[in-house]
Design a protein around this ligand. Structure first.
Ligand code: PLP
Length: 447
């Protein structure tokens, strides 16, 4: 649990949002593009452990971690100490001009922590989308091939190539085309929605994948297959057991690079350093971001040395990639994950959440599926026991009821009907249990 300076108690003394948040939100509407919308207009002043403190003095329980970013908690002490020291020493040189130690140490940590017992290299960037773009650049350059295969329900970011790789139209792609070419989409092994049932899912979906890539793309044209080992924005879809391994093994046979997008699943979130470890899969390239740096913008691509070494000098980089302050934060975050065994904490959180979510599912036939790993869990809401029609309206009502009680929850999913849980791993058990009580009440009022 956390040693945050913020008292670990939920406390509401205004309606949510409170009057000062409402004031600020008026300014937001006047100053900020509406394209950058806000799901809970409660303005935050401080945060730590499992609590967000708003400008009205309300204390909210955080089940979202700013979308899987503050894995070590907000303002985690080791992150704060390293960032403060770094910001006072120097803030930027551009690693491509004058390098510095922090960048090397983050790359060394990535090379050590990511799956694969072989020589690796890393390169650092700013955002998840940028890491994905660079992984694709590297794969195309190394293989001399152009096609990239991505999956239904995938989310890989909002830049042009990342949008092309992302599956969902609204809100991510709608009227933002044309998109980057040579992207091909194949079905995901989504057990809950597999037409012939979850038991057939891995095998049938894999056969489908092989057939589609062969017939529509050509193995010899395919640079990479890009996959989230648990799909994030698409609805916390855990691929049917064995599917990911079959895909990765097949890629290896075809000289196709297997890229794992661990931007949301990485850094202890799922109960291991990386979610691929559950699949017994070693990616050729792996993208990381979010949880890597305790809230500062940093991302990475890590891969086999022979792949990464194929890129010519100055082929990769960017002004800010691997900024020294972000690297200092990452070193503080990784140190925290090691010292506090946060992968284990994610498993403890799973053990707290899952029985309660399953109990809720027994009570409400509108909960069609309970799934996820570690502190990346979800429930999928449907019309009823025998009707899997996505129930986004109920997800929205439950979400609003949680927010009103000071529990910050998030939804997800291609159909907007998935309720997802991503608490910071610094949250204490009492707050989790209190949050789950609020969820119970939210269902009781919203169903
Ligand atoms: C799996 C995955 N890939 C890529 C991204 C894009 O990351 P960013 O928002 O930092 O560009 C995200 C963000 O949610 C993600 O979950």
């Amino acid at each position: 649990m956390t040693d945050s300076a913020v008292p670990q108690k939920r406390f509401l003394h205004t309606a949510i949002p409170g009057p000062r948040s409402a004031e600020l939100h008026k300014r937001k509407l006047a100053a900020v593009s509406p394209g950058v919308s806000v799901s809970l207009p409660v303005y935050i002043e401080r945060a730590g452990g499992g609590i967000l403190v708003d400008v009205d003095g309300n204390q909210l329980i955080d089940f979202g971690s700013g979308i899987a970013v503050t894995t070590v908690g907000n303002a985690a002490p080791r992150v704060v100490a390293r960032v403060q020291q770094q910001v006072a020493e120097f803030t930027h040189t551009c690693f491509m001009i004058n390098p510095y130690l922090g960048y090397l140490e983050v790359c060394e940590a990535l090379n050590e922590l990511t799956p694969g017992d072989f020589e690796k290299r890393s390169a650092l960037f700013n955002s998840g989308a940028e890491a994905v773009e660079n992984a694709v650049k590297i794969a195309r350059h190394y293989t001399g091939r152009q096609a990239v295969v991505a999956f239904d329900h995938a989310y890989h970011g909002r830049t042009n190539l990342a949008m092309a790789l992302t599956a969902k139209n609204m809100p991510y792609k709608h009227r933002f085309g044309p998109f980057a070419s040579e992207i091909y989409r194949v079905p995901m092994a989504y057990p809950f929605r597999w037409p012939t049932g979850p038991d057939n899912c891995a095998e049938e979906c894999f056969a489908n994948f092989v057939e589609l890539v062969h017939a529509q793309v050509g193995e010899e044209n395919t640079a990479a297959v890009l996959l989230e080992p648990i799909q994030g924005e698409g609805g916390f879809i855990v691929p049917a057991p064995g599917f990911v391994k079959r895909v990765a093994d097949w890629c290896a046979e075809q000289g196709i690079l297997f890229i794992a997008d661990e931007i949301q699943t990485g850094f202890c979130r799922t109960g291991n350093w990386f979610a691929c470890e559950f699949e017994d899969v070693t990616p050729d390239l792996i993208t990381t971001a979010k949880g890597i740096a305790g809230g500062l913008p940093l991302s990475g691509v890590t891969g086999r040395a022979e792949v990464m070494d194929a890129i010519h000098a100055s082929g990769l980089g960017g002004t800010y990639g691997g900024n020294p302050v972000a690297c200092a934060a990452a070193l503080g975050a990784i140190e925290t994950m090691r010292a506090e065994n946060l992968a284990n904490r994610a498993r403890q959180l799973e053990a707290l959440f899952l029985p309660r979510l399953r109990r809720l599912a027994e009570q409400y036939p509108q909960i069609g599926d309970v799934r996820g790993r570690g502190a990346m869990l979800a429930i999928e809401l449907v019309a009823g026991a025998d009707d899997k029609t996505p129930n986004a309206a109920l997800a929205g009502r439950v979400n609003a009821a949680c927010h009103a009680q000071g529990l910050v929850t998030l939804t997800a999913g291609t159909y907007g009907n998935v309720f997802r849980f991503l608490p910071p791993l610094s949250i204490g058990d009492e707050l989790v249990l209190e949050g789950l009580d609020i969820l119970d009440q939210a269902f009781a009022s919203a169903v």
